[in-house]
Each structure stands twice: as structure tokens, then as C-alpha cells.
Design a protein around this ligand. Structure first.
Ligand SMILES: [Zn+2]
Length: 327
């Protein structure tokens, strides 16, 4: 390989690592965890409210592939998976994003009452905050892994990383799932994989979809990276976090992945792939096994680094007091 392209590759890899580290922090900036990639000296410190607003920024809904549609924002990925018997909605965004998501569903030609099942990636305000509103607006049944269900039902109380700082309207879980329990509607099956650590029930969902007559394995990654304020040695709120992350790191490389998606748009370069698709890219750019593997590799490397730092006695970043006011 020519030297120049090696350098370009290294640059892209470095940028990708920076993004993977930065985005979960952005997604949880309201929780007060300090950014892992602090701005360079002299650079303007990013404003938390601005960062949250940019995560929520509207994004035109679109058909991704097969029976999977995008109805999320620029930063927070939310999926409408359609079947002959109705639709499944994966994630609900911040509480004040509900009208945006509802409008996106309608723009794609579906009624809110078409949504029969709600599932989530994890029980934090930025991914599950709209669950009560969406449940009420659609009449759908909420299904969640047993380990995250208490947080959905209490509206985020006693969160293992953030305590009571990011509460949201609670919703009753109608069906408690366990690792691997299939969720089926209209012949379409989604499987929850417990990929815990960020929350005790953090979920990576998989399904099979079809594109041009070909069956494709789809992975919707949950939040699988380690936050700066996560103590991998365990905390009173989450003694098993270390074992849970270790398990997660074994699960994610084993998932067959053709179509690479996740709970945050940054994981899989939403905008870039969306634009390429809109320009008629063929094959569909969301079919990206190499990108999927690179994401898993980066996540594992970053986990190993966090583990090594903490084993060497590095202090875990404290979660700052206060938090975002949800309007
Ligand atoms: Zn979270």
C-alpha cells in the first residue's frame, strides 16, 4: 500500500476513535460527565445546551433498507421497522423529541396507530425519554430487557451512572424480555442481546432484512463504549459493571453484521451514508460489514484502554452535580 494512503488511513482511524470517544459523551453531556476529548487550549469550550440541541436537530426521515426506516434526529438514531402486521419503533429520543418522531412516522406514510411494539436500546433520557408519550400516542406495547425495565418504569431513577439527574416520564413495560427472547410481529423477528455496562440492560438488537432478494443480517448497536465516569471495578450502584462489560466485549464481535446501525447516528456515519444513498449509491451504503467490524474493533480497543488505565490506578471522572433541564 502506498505510504500516502497509509497515512490517510491512519488519519481516518484516529478521527474515528476520537468520534467514538466523543459522541457518547455528547449524548450524555447533560449528565455532567466531562468530555473525554477536552478542547485544545484556547478553543471555546462546547456549550452543553448547544451540544444537546445538535443531538436533537431534525433530520428528514427516510427509508434505509429492506423494512427499516429512519425516524430519528441528526444525532439520535430511531428506527421504524415495518411488517405486514404493523410496525416496531426502536428508541424514542429525548422527551421533547416526541412530536418530531411522530411527524417523521407520518411523513413516511404511516399512522401512529400502526406502531404496535416499542423497544429501546437503553433506559437513558436521550434514547428512552419519549417512551411515555410515544406509548400513549401509538397504543403500542412496550418491551424491554428485565435489567433495564425498572429504569423505564421509574423514569430513570437511581441510574447507575447518573443517579437521579436525568429523569423522564416513566412508562409501564408490558413484556419483560430476557437476553435472546425474540420479539416477533408480522413475520419479522428482532432479537435483544444483553450488552450491558452502560446500563445494566443496555441492548443491541439484531434482525434479518432483505434487499434485492438477498437476506442481510442487521445489527443495531446499543451504547457499548465506556463513559469516563464508569468505574470498571464496580460501584455500590453497579457492582457487576466490570463483568458486564467483559461479557459485552465477547458478544459484539460474534454478531453477524451486514447492515451496520446503532443507537447513535455517529456510530455508523448516518449523514454520509444517507447522502450517498440519496445519490443512488449501489450497493446500499448501509450494507457495511467492514465499517461494522471497524466499529467493534475501536470499541474493544477503547474498552481495553479504559480497563488498563483504571487497573493502573487512574481516577475515574466524577459525574458533576447538576444536569440538563429538560424542557
Ligand atoms: Zn446512555
Amino acid at each position: 500500500m502506498p505510504r500516502k494512503s497509509l497515512a490517510a488511513q491512519a488519519m481516518r482511524a484516529a478521527l474515528a476513535v476520537a468520534i467514538v470517544v466523543a459522541i457518547p459523551v455528547l449524548a450524555h453531556a447533560q449528565a455532567g460527565a466531562p468530555p473525554a476529548n477536552a478542547p485544545a487550549p484556547g478553543a471555546a469550550a462546547p456549550n452543553m445546551a448547544q451540544m444537546t440541541a445538535s443531538m436533537k436537530e431534525a433530520f428528514a426521515p427516510f427509508h434505509i433498507i429492506g423494512n427499516i426506516n429512519y425516524v430519528g434526529s441528526k444525532g439520535l438514531a430511531i428506527y421504524l421497522i415495518t411488517t405486514p402486521a404493523g410496525a416496531i419503533l426502536l428508541d424514542t429520543g429525548y422527551p421533547d423529541m416526541a412530536p418530531q418522531i411522530e411527524a417523521n412516522i407520518k411523513t413516511l406514510g404511516y399512522k401512529l396507530s400502526d406502531v404496535k411494539i416499542l423497544i429501546d436500546s437503553h433506559s437513558h433520557i436521550d434514547h428512552a425519554g419519549g417512551v411515555a408519550e410515544l406509548k400513549s400516542a401509538t397504543g403500542a406495547r412496550l418491551m424491554a430487557l428485565a435489567e433495564d425495565a425498572p429504569y423505564l418504569e421509574s423514569g430513570g431513577h437511581n441510574d447507575v451512572l447518573f443517579g437521579d439527574r436525568n429523569l423522564f416520564p416513566p412508562a409501564k413495560v408490558d413484556r419483560i424480555l430476557h437476553d435472546g427472547d425474540a420479539v416477533t410481529l408480522g413475520g419479522v423477528t428482532l432479537v435483544p442481546h444483553l450488552t450491558a455496562g452502560h446500563t445494566p440492560g443496555n441492548t443491541t438488537w439484531t434482525m434479518v432484512t432483505e434487499d434485492k432478494g438477498k437476506k442481510l443480517n442487521v445489527v443495531f448497536f446499543g451504547m457499548i463504549s465506556v463513559m469516563p465516569n464508569a468505574d470498571l471495578n464496580g460501584s455500590p450502584a453497579y457492582p457487576n459493571i466490570g463483568a458486564d462489560y467483559a461479557h459485552t466485549m465477547k458478544v459484539i464481535p460474534a454478531l453477524p453484521c451486514d447492515v451496520f446501525l446503532g443507537s447513535n447516528a455517529s456510530f455508523f456515519n448516518l449523514e454520509q451514508k444517507h447522502d450517498a444513498l440519496a445519490k443512488g449509491a449501489d450497493p446500499n451504503p448501509f450494507i457495511d460489514p467492514a465499517g461494522c467490524k471497524a466499529f467493534v474493533d475501536r470499541t474493544e480497543a477503547s474498552y481495553q484502554q479504559a480497563l488498563a488505565r483504571q487497573k493502573a490506578g487512574a481516577a475515574v471522572a466524577p459525574a458533576a452535580p447538576g444536569g440538563m433541564t429538560v424542557k
